[in-house]
Design a protein around this ligand. Structure first.
Ligand SMILES: Nc1ncnc2c1ncn2[C@@H]1O[C@H](COP(=O)(O)OP(=O)(O)O)[C@@H](O)[C@H]1O
Ligand SMILES: [Mg+2]
Length: 358
């Protein structure tokens, strides 16, 4: 440090404030903005000049108790941090941030406060996704092993019941063997669904919009005369992908059917396709990713259920099996992608991210 003159320290400070990706703001004791660095200008969508003298609440809706934080730091003189708070811009965009208030009192009698805001949505997305991928894979493996173990003796049971049926002289006893055979078949169907698609994927050049249109037709036909609406918002520039169209249809059908069920066949589903650039999926970086969104305006998925929704046998419906989403997730995993769920009442989005370049 000794080699820096006072002058160059301040120019380094300016350089740091100008180039850091952390948003830095200075507020006066009345929460009026005195300073914004360029990262803060970008985050808040305003210029330092325009914002000067305005209150924070006039530019942004941040779900962090600024007044409480200011009070706290003026009492303790220690920094105050709130993590993962929602920040909503008046443009409607929202993101998740960590927000720290740092007292500047040592240098300043007017009780100015330094505010640091750092976006954490991408980090959170990656952490969640990692958890999701590991969780789904582990439980799918477990379930697959279990299903295999049950399948073999089940076949034996069914076969024996059939032989027994042939030997029965008393017709009235057939009722019982029929129960055994019928229930064994029901279990067999359930196990086959638990095991997921039985054949290896057949990859071919697949037009993602043809897949979506097929799903739309199927679900519309099933909804019949109801007032369910399925709208399309497609990006026609998306190239074909190497995929198994039948498996993609199955995955999407499971998701769109869930939406139709939750809407009780009256509401709106939107199918949206986009190209995303520079996306990380499960530690792997992709230059181009195709995003397929299925959005519905139903009641949404509770926060509790959202954590486990992709696990097999997790269902919110009395007659559900809880297999639809776990099968969809494993189909998309095999494709190198992932399915994410984002939900609040009135707006639930399932996003399928599929790498484009592989
Ligand atoms: N679009 C949605 N809106 C609200 N809840 C949903 C939606 N999609 C799925 N769910 C919830 O997730 C649960 C699991 O779905 P799924 O794996 O397909 O199994 P199942 O449909 O057999 O219950 C559903 O029971 C439902 O509670
Ligand atoms: Mg389902």
């Amino acid at each position: 440090m000794n080699s820096f003159s006072q002058n160059s320290i301040s120019s380094y400070a300016e350089l740091v404030a100008g180039h850091t990706t952390v948003s830095i703001l200075i507020l006066d004791a009345n929460q009026r903005l005195c300073f914004l660095n360029p990262a803060a200008e970008i985050l808040l969508g305003t210029s330092a000049q325009k914002a000067a003298g305005m209150r924070m609440s006039e530019i942004v809706d941040i779900r962090c108790d600024l007044a409480k934080g200011m009070q706290r730091i003026s009492e303790t003189n220690y920094p105050y941090t709130e993590r993962e708070v929602e920040l909503r811009l008046f443009s409607g965009e929202s993101s998740v941030v960590d927000c720290s208030l740092i007292p500047l009192t040592e240098h300043d009698e007017d009780n100015h406060v330094l505010v640091e805001i750092q976006r954490v949505d991408e980090q959170l997305r990656l952490i969640n996704e990692d958890r999701l991928i590991n969780q789904t894979r582990a439980s799918a493996d477990l379930l697959r092993g279990l299903a295999h173990e049950i399948k073999n003796p089940l076949g034996g049971l069914r076969g024996a019941a059939q032989l027994l049926e042939g030997e029965l002289e008393d017709e009235s006893l057939r009722e019982y063997t029929e129960v055994i055979i019928g229930e064994a078949d029901r279990l067999q169907t359930l196990l086959d669904r638990m095991l997921g698609p039985s054949r290896p994927p057949r990859l071919e050049e697949t037009n993602i919009h043809e897949v979506l249109e097929r799903v739309r037709t199927l679900v519309t036909a099933e909804a019949g005369e109801s007032s369910l609406q399925i709208k399309q918002d497609y990006d026609p520039s998306i190239p074909t992908i190497m995929a198994d169209p039948d498996l993609l249809i199955q995955a999407l059908l499971n998701i769109v059917k869930n939406a139709a069920q939750t809407l009780n066949n009256s509401g709106e589903i939107q199918l949206r396709t986009r190209i995303l650039r520079q996306v990380t999926i499960g530690h792997k970086h992709h230059r181009l990713v195709c995003s397929l969104e299925v959005q519905d305006n139903g009641p949404g998925v509770s926060e509790e259920l959202q954590k486990t929704i992709f696990l097999p046998m997790v269902t919110g419906r009395a007659e559900g099996t809880g297999l639809g989403l776990s099968i969809a997730q494993s189909i998309i995993h095999r494709q190198g992608g992932v399915i994410e769920c984002n939900s609040r009442p009135g707006k639930t989005i399932f996003t399928l991210l599929i790498p484009l370049e592989e």
